[in-house]
Design a protein around this ligand. Structure first.
Ligand SMILES: Cc1ncc(COP(=O)(O)O)c(C=O)c1O
Length: 394
C-alpha cells in the first residue's frame, strides 16, 4: 500500500460554520450499528418511525415525507425536477447563492424562469413578488427560507399565499432552517419542502428530507413526460417508503440509523424549545458581535436567520488570518462569504447542537484574540460580557 495512505484521525473541531454542525455521540453510536438489509422487517419499522418523526419536524401530515439519499442539493433537485416539464413556467425569489442554484436547476429542466431578484441581505418584498408573477401561468414558485449565503430568513406565509393565487406550487428550501427556525408546512400551505441532515438536524451530511403536499403529488402524477432523473423520480422512490415497500435503490442504511437518532434527540428536546435555544444563541451572538464594534451584514434584526449569522469583516482585517487563528488556536471552524460576499463577511452557524451558550461564549472569546491580533480596535472582553447578559436574562 502507498505510504501516503494512513488511518483517518482528525483532531476534533468545533463546527461553527454554516454546516455541517456538531453531532451528538448518540447519533454516532446509531451509525455504527451493523448494516441490515433494506427489507428487514426491523429496518422497515425504523423507516416508519423516521417518517413520522420527520412529519412532526416539518409539521405536516403529508404521507409522502421521506429522506432522499444525497445532500441538500439532492433535495433541491428532487423538489424541482419532479414538478417541471420542458416549457413550464417557474418563478424563483432570489436573494443569494442558493436561490440562484434553484434557477440553475430549473434551467436544466427547460423551465421558463421568472427570476425575482432582491438585494442580498434584505428580505424580499411580497408586493414585488406579487407583481412579478401577475398574469403568469406558473407551475411553481421557489424560495429559500434561510438563505445560507446571506443570513436572511424570509417569512413564508405571504409568499405561499401569492403562490396559491397564481395556481403555483410553493417550493421551499429549508436546508439551513428546518429544526432551528419555526416552519409550518401544512398551516402555511407549503407544497414541497426539502432540507439537509447536517445543519439544524444535527446529523452528518448524507440525506435530504423532503415532504410533498397532495397538490404536489397531483402535479407529479399528471406529468406528461418522465422525470429527467431516474434516481430522483419521487413517483418511484415513494413506493419504497409507502405500503408497497417495493425496491427502487438500496437506502443508505447507516445514515438512516443516524437520522432516526438525530430526530429522536430533536423531538425529545421539543421543536419549540430547540427553536428557542437557536434564537437565544443568535441574540447572544449578535449582542457580543456588536459590543466588539462589529456589524451584522443583515441590517434589519427581523430579517436575520437565527441559524446562519453573517458578520461584516471590518476594514483592514484579513479574513483568512482571522479564520486561521480560530482554527489553529481553538479548532473552531467558521466560514467566509460566498460569491459577491467573499472577503466581506464571516458566516457563523448556530445550528443543531452548535447553538449553545458555551459555544457562543467560546467563539466570542476566540474572536476577541483573533481580532486584536488582526489590528481591530475594540473594548477587549466586551463581546462575551454582552452575550452572557443575554443568556442570563433569558
Ligand atoms: C440553503 C441551502 N440550500 C441548499 C444547500 C445545498 O446543500 P448541500 O451542500 O448539502 O448539498 C445548502 C448548503 O449549504 C444550503 O445552505
Amino acid at each position: 500500500m502507498s505510504p501516503h495512505v494512513h488511518t483517518i484521525n482528525f483532531a476534533k473541531r468545533l463546527l461553527m460554520g454554516p454546516g455541517p454542525s456538531e453531532v451528538d455521540p448518540r447519533v454516532y453510536r446509531a451509525m455504527i450499528q451493523p448494516v441490515v438489509g433494506h427489507m428487514d422487517p426491523a429496518f422497515l419499522e425504523i423507516l416508519g418511525q423516521l417518517q413520522q418523526m420527520l412529519r412532526d419536524t416539518f409539521r405536516t401530515v403529508n404521507t409522502v415525507t421521506l429522506p432522499i439519499p444525497g445532500t441538500g442539493s439532492a433535495g433541491m433537485e428532487a423538489a424541482l425536477i419532479n414538478f417541471i416539464e420542458p416549457g413550464d413556467e417557474a418563478a424563483v425569489v432570489v436573494g443569494g447563492v442558493f436561490a440562484s442554484r434553484m434557477c440553475e436547476v430549473l434551467d436544466r429542466c427547460g423551465a421558463k424562469i421568472t427570476r425575482i431578484d432582491h438585494a442580498w441581505g434584505t428580505a424580499p418584498d411580497p408586493e414585488q413578488v406579487r407583481k412579478a408573477v401577475a398574469g403568469k401561468k406558473l407551475k411553481l414558485l421557489g424560495i429559500v427560507h434561510s438563505e445560507t449565503s446571506t443570513g436572511v430568513c424570509t417569512p413564508l406565509e405571504p409568499l405561499s399565499k401569492i403562490a396559491r393565487e397564481a395556481g403555483a406550487l410553493m417550493v421551499v428550501d429549508t436546508v439551513s432552517s428546518l429544526g432551528g427556525i419555526a416552519l409550518e408546512t401544512d398551516a402555511w400551505g407549503l407544497d414541497v419542502v426539502y432540507s439537509g441532515t447536517q445543519k439544524c438536524l444535527a446529523c452528518p451530511p448524507g440525506l435530504a428530507p423532503i415532504t410533498l403536499s397532495q397538490r404536489a403529488l397531483d402535479v407529479l402524477r399528471n406529468r406528461k413526460t418522465p422525470v429527467q432523473s431516474w434516481y430522483l423520480d419521487l413517483s418511484m422512490v415513494e413506493k419504497y417508503w409507502g405500503p408497497e415497500r417495493s425496491y427502487h435503490h438500496t437506502p443508505p442504511v447507516n445514515m438512516i440509523f443516524a437520522f432516526h437518532e438525530a430526530l429522536r434527540l430533536l423531538l425529545e428536546e421539543g421543536l419549540d424549545l430547540a427553536q428557542a435555544r437557536h434564537r437565544r444563541a443568535h441574540l447572544a451572538l449578535v449582542a457580543g458581535i456588536e459590543a466588539m464594534g462589529l456589524r451584522m451584514f443583515v441590517n434589519d434584526p427581523a430579517a436575520r436567520a437565527a441559524t446562519v449569522n453573517t458578520i461584516c469583516i471590518p476594514d483592514g482585517v484579513d479574513d483568512a488570518k482571522v479564520r486561521g487563528h480560530l482554527m489553529q488556536c481553538y479548532a473552531i471552524e467558521i466560514a467566509g462569504g460566498l460569491a459577491q460576499l467573499k472577503g466581506k463577511i464571516w458566516r457563523v452557524g448556530l445550528m443543531g447542537l452548535t447553538a449553545s451558550p458555551s459555544n457562543v461564549l467560546l467563539l466570542l472569546s476566540a474572536l476577541d484574540g483573533a481580532l486584536a491580533e488582526a489590528g481591530h480596535k475594540f473594548p477587549r472582553g466586551a463581546g462575551a460580557v454582552a452575550a452572557e447578559k443575554v443568556f442570563a436574562a433569558s
